[in-house]
Design a protein around this ligand. Structure first.
Ligand SMILES: NC(=O)c1ccc[n+]([C@@H]2O[C@H](COP(=O)([O-])OP(=O)(O)OC[C@H]3O[C@@H](n4cnc5c(N)ncnc54)[C@H](OP(=O)(O)O)[C@@H]3O)[C@@H](O)[C@H]2O)c1
Length: 196
């Protein structure tokens, strides 16, 4: 198989915990050409130990929606794996009898990253001609009592983006965009199948 025959995949959030694992798997893969999208120039440094070929890493802030940087990163890709995520930071450590407190940084709320940002990625992938999207998400988005949803609707925004992904399918309803949750083996397998 030549480099031209490989399926071009963009992994977003590639400097994050999950995204990096996926990117590493696809970086020198026989069948896939892994490309990375990271948040900032600082995020690029988190991948400096990897030997990334020229042109296979790009930078875009997805939280403001569509952007020329996002469009440029999607150019030529055939599949997108979304590993971006809003992540709360601990603002006060646990004290005796008081649990730790978490908060999102300004501009990095789930609505901005997991809804506006994921929607922009799905739309940009579609515009670029990609036909497969895998969203690495969380379970419990539709469960109001889920512990994560005690933070400002943390997982439900991601669920909205998954619905967007499904409704964005350009093909028949029998071949929808894939939206596996990482912790569900069965669904994750379905995601792999979509990339095969
Ligand atoms: N279901 C499961 O069992 C399970 C298990 C693991 C993970 N997950 C899911 O996987 C996803 C990723 O989790 P994770 O643990 O890998 O989180 P993480 O380490 O915090 O990674 C999130 C990534 O998103 C990037 N990002 C955040 N805001 C961005 C923005 N505005 N523009 C561009 N990139 C942005 C971050 O970039 P910087 O850090 O460089 O700013 C980071 O690389 C989450 O949805 C999580 O729920 C699910």
């Amino acid at each position: 198989m030549t480099a031209e025959d490989k399926l071009a995949v963009l992994i977003t959030g590639a400097a994050g915990g999950t995204g990096r694992l996926v990117f590493e798997k696809l970086l020198n893969h026989d069948f896939y050409e892994g490309n990375a999208l990271v948040h900032t120039k600082e995020s690029v440094k988190k991948l400096k130990d990897l030997e990334i070929p020229e042109g296979r890493i790009s930078v875009a802030d997805i939280s403001k929606g569509p952007s020329p940087e996002l469009d440029a990163a999607m150019k030529g890709i055939q599949a997108l794996i979304i590993c971006t995520s809003a992540m709360p930071k601990m603002v006060s450590p646990p004290k005796e009898g008081v649990p730790p407190q978490f908060a999102y940084e300004e501009g990095q709320y789930p609505e901005q990253v997991d809804w506006i940002g994921q929607k922009a990625q799905i739309d940009a992938a579609k515009k670029a001609g990609a036909n497969q999207v895998v969203i690495v998400s969380s379970m419990g988005g539709t469960d109001k009592n889920n512990r994560l949803n005690s933070l400002p609707t943390a997982t439900s925004w991601s669920t909205s983006a998954r619905q967007r992904s499904t409704s964005s399918s350009r093909t028949s309803p029998r071949t929808p965009f894939c939206t596996p949750a990482a912790s569900s083996t069965r669904r994750a397998e379905r995601g792999s199948w979509c990339l095969a």
